[in-house]
Design a protein around this ligand. Structure first.
Ligand SMILES: Nc1nc2c(ncn2[C@@H]2O[C@H](COP(=O)(O)OP(=O)(O)O)[C@@H](O)[C@H]2O)c(=O)[nH]1
Ligand SMILES: [Mg+2]
Length: 451
């Protein structure tokens, strides 16, 4: 039972045309009516539900704090399920602050992170998975994640889990029936085993998507790796089409990695320009190698850059070859400075020959990077978005089911039913039907205030 009436700014902080403040809870209208003056001279308490009203927010001396619009909605037909008043103010941080303080003075309290969504879960408007999907939706940085989270908000994943729950419940009742048919010697194990195998393979498929999803969530990382002065920074600028990295002919200008993010083809991309493998007295510096390897490891795509007009030293060859073999699948080779006279290099025979100076080959390289990225997204065949909480609950469920599979040779139905119940409770926790206060708090802490 929700007793508090809460308030927060739902739009991002900072200045802009408008800000939206939401008051939600049993006293939302009473509280708003204390500081609201409507141009229609009506009282907020008497207006019909789901109507919009022009007016002002006033302080306790009846002075105007801002000219606003009030959107009045009686529960439960609201986002939170609670009675809600949304106030659109002008978006100046001082105005927002004054209005917020006035609403607090009238009896609301400030909302915690994610508390509006939490109210909606407590009121049964959506389950936990759907609530989490809202957060995913807000932070989605690819069209694919956006589509998945929209479906998840609509209940696609919750329905999938409910189907599994039903399957497990059926098995539990089978086990219970077996106690009654003990004398009649009916063997339920084939039936139980078949059902378990189906459920396990469904979970297994979903889990496969988790790693790739985690990776893609941050967007696609493309690291430019290679020796100093091969033209990584120039290529970085050409690829992001901005003069972000500093290009000079003095080796080692790019001291640390520079990142640039951009949206392309519905995906978020991060290009990383690394400091590069630096040579001192013809020895490639250990530090540079380690950093390049680290960037390569973290990246989804490694763009290994070479200066085609130069002869590779034995040491460089060793480092390049090692990067190439360690990260074969995700590495693309770019041989730069194609405008200059070329030196033969066996490692880069099949590379993309580009010139950042003339622009040759850049577009083709760009297209190839895009294709490689698309392939990565295709690996995520799951219709659902998994977070760490989902993943670990699915693993719990899976473990219990595997225990049962191992017990089926000499089945003890009571013990099987016990493990089935454990498996079931992991699934139930996913949608939040049996979630403890502590779990609730950690989940909603990830949300921002005003959501
Ligand atoms: N001839 C030629 N020089 C280039 C090309 N791309 C970069 N350079 C030059 O190579 C030097 C090093 O470039 P930079 O991008 O800073 O290399 P980084 O150290 O790998 O980041 C600079 O003097 C660039 O002007 C190219 O396509 N052709
Ligand atoms: Mg550089």
């Amino acid at each position: 039972m929700i007793t508090d009436t809460i308030v927060a700014q739902c739009t991002p902080q900072g200045s802009g045309a408008l800000a939206l403040l939401r008051i939600s809870g049993p006293d939302a209208i009473t509280i708003a009516s204390i500081c609201a003056r409507l141009s229609s001279k009506k009282n907020l308490k008497n207006v019909s539900t789901h109507t919009i009203h022009h007016g002002w927010i006033t302080n306790n001396n009846n002075e105007i704090l801002d000219e606003v619009m009030f959107f009045v909605m009686h529960g439960p037909r609201t986002f939170t399920g609670e009675t809600t008043v949304e106030i659109t103010t002008h978006n100046n941080p001082f105005i927002v602050q004054n209005v917020l303080e006035r609403i607090l003075q009238c009896g609301a309290r400030i909302a915690h992170n994610g508390e509006f969504t939490r109210q909606s879960v407590e009121n049964g408007k959506r389950d936990l998975i759907q609530a989490e999907a809202i957060n995913e939706l807000i932070h989605a940085n690819s069209q694919q994640v956006l589509q998945q989270s929209l479906k998840q908000m609509d209940g696609s994943f919750s329905n999938w889990i409910q189907e599994l729950e039903k399957g497990l419940l059926k098995l539990i009742s089978l086990c219970e029936a077996s106690f009654e048919f003990l004398e009649e010697d009916i063997d339920f194990t084939p039936q139980i085993e078949a059902a378990l195998i189906t459920i396990l393979s469904k979970i297994e498929n979903l889990k496969k998507s988790f790693d790739i999803q985690q990776q893609l969530r941050q967007g696609i990382r493309i690291a430019l790796v290679g020796s100093v002065n091969t033209g990584k920074s120039s290529l970085f600028n050409a690829l992001i089409k901005k003069d972000r990295a500093i290009v000079t002919s003095i080796a080692g200008t790019t001291r640390d990695s520079i990142e640039a993010g951009m949206y392309s083809n519905g995906t978020y991309w991060t290009f990383i320009d690394t400091a590069g493998l630096r040579k001192t007295n013809n020895i490639v510096e250990k530090e540079g190698i380690e950093r390049s390897f680290l960037e390569a490891k973290l990246a989804d795509i490694v763009l290994l850059v070479w200066d085609g007009s130069r002869v590779m030293t034995t040491e460089e060859k060793a480092v390049y070859a090692e990067i190439l073999t360690t990260y074969k699948e995700k590495t693309l080779l770019a041989s730069n400075k194609f405008d200059a006279p070329q030196k033969k290099n066996s490692l880069f025979e099949n590379a993309f020959f580009v010139s950042t100076q003339s622009g040759d080959g850049i577009e083709k390289l760009n297209v190839t990077i895009q294709e490689k990225a698309e392939k990565l997204f295709k690996q995520d065949s799951s219709p659902f978005l998994l977070n760490k909480r989902h993943y670990s609950l699915l693993v719990n469920c899976e473990n219990e089911l595997n225990i049962i599979i191992n017990m089926l040779k000499s089945p003890e139905y009571e013990l099987i039913a016990h493990h089935l119940r454990h498996a079931l409770s992991s699934l139930i926790e996913l949608t939040g039907k049996s979630v403890t206060e502590k779990v609730f708090n950690t989940i909603f802490n990830d949300f921002c205030i005003g959501k």
